[in-house]
Design a protein around this ligand. Sequence first.
Ligand code: 4AD
Length: 503
Amino acid sequence: MPNNRNVYIADLKDKTGQEVTLSGWLYNSRSSGKIQFLIIRDGTGLCQCIIEKGKIPDKLFDDLKRLGRESSLTVTGTVRADERSVGGHELAVTDAKIISPTDSYPITPKSHGVDFLLKHRHLHMRSQRQWCIGKIRHTLIDAIRMFFNDNGFTLIDTPIFTSFAAEGEQTLFEADYFGTPMHLTQTGQLHLEAAAMSFGKVYCFGPTFRAEKSKTRRHLTEFWMVEPEIAFIDLDGLLELAENFVSFIVDRVMQKNRSRLQTLGVDLATLEKIKPPFYRLTYTDAADILTGDRTQKFLAEQLEQLKNQKQQTESKIAELEEKQKGRLKQWQKDKIAAELIELRTDLAETDTKIENNPKHAKLASEFRWGKDLGGSDETIISQMHDKPVFVTHYPGEAKAFYMKADRKETKVVLNFDLLAPAGFGEIIGGSVREDDYDLLVKRIAEYGLNAENYEWYLDLRKYGSVPHGGFGLGVERTIAWLTAEKHIRQCIAFPRLMDKIYI
Ligand code: 4AD
């Protein structure tokens, strides 16, 4: 094959001075008389291609000038290193071929509502932001597998169809399995416990389903979860494993995605802090924090900051609106329009936060021991910390039936949630499992579950029961945290939401 074929933008760094052909889509273009600047994307990156009139046939020059965003084409030219250029290299074009022209790409740099973009996710996934998130998701999943594979865990693929509830019957999706009612799995954990008794250290990784009737930014109805399960482990051992695991995957994501994280506006310094040990609080400590004066003071200060932020955003908007009235080139108009969209979105978010702040302050002050931590409670605790926080020893009544009661303080269970810092909230839930046959039978009855469905699970406590435990990390929530993305629907290619499946 000639060496100017099949060159990817990501490989241009090794091709300076050479003539290459790139194949891709037109991401953006502008022209200033005799020179055109085309930004091409090919799935591996962006490259600015410079076309001078006279260097290619006039007809082609004019056709390229009219070419709409997302038209597909090939361009041939000489690679030049240029630090100022997107991707660090540019192409001095000597030839081009339009593969499929379009002038009606529905997504423009101008404003589009969330609904429109979700309906067009099949196209919107080409945007820089969605592309960066998709690449980060890919390395996160690779890092997750690497961590467990390199630490002696065996992968067990657990089933999607199940006959029982593990995480509460209210969130089960029903399926008709040849006339027998069945459910889509909420977790692979129960099957994994059986596997841990054979292999010692195991993990499963796949899609899980919850009919969550909440439209929050943290909930999907189909999400990906990785779950390790280990025989002969206690709560301290689980916390240590979880903090080493999270630190490893964050480090790996950073190493592989520095420029993508920067494109997304992520403050890398905050991610660099993610190293063991993480903070450790008991649920009772967390309840004391929520109802204490420090939290009310913290929230009052936060409200002041939000109000300042609102003022600053409003004046920036006014400034740009004034600028818009002047004589501007089309690309300058587009740039301002795009900036205004972002600022107005920020403003709407700040307004929501200002509105919610007193509600969250009230919920926190009224928090009573025994309740599960709510989304806003988790947000407050996580905002008060600069590293992830383990919250351990929840009241048994607020948690799943399989969690092991603390033998010293039987009202609480040996469990933990891991809250990501800066307000992102829970990314992991885990526990030591009840390994006593009689206590587990009692819990199953207390939760009103059909004991017949759990006979095989109880067998594990009959035949060589051992202390064991594990946890589950939600992939989309972790990505939302790492990419500072506000809504987890942006963190999976084709999200499944409570109110709608778009495509
Ligand atoms: O805390 P959860 O419900 O724990 C379990 O399912 C355990 N069986 C795991 C185990 O011990 N093996 O869920 C674990 C994590 C949460 O911390 C969150 O990151 C994610 O799964 N998660 C969701 N992510 C998106 N949308 C939802 N509806 C989610 N529900 C849970």
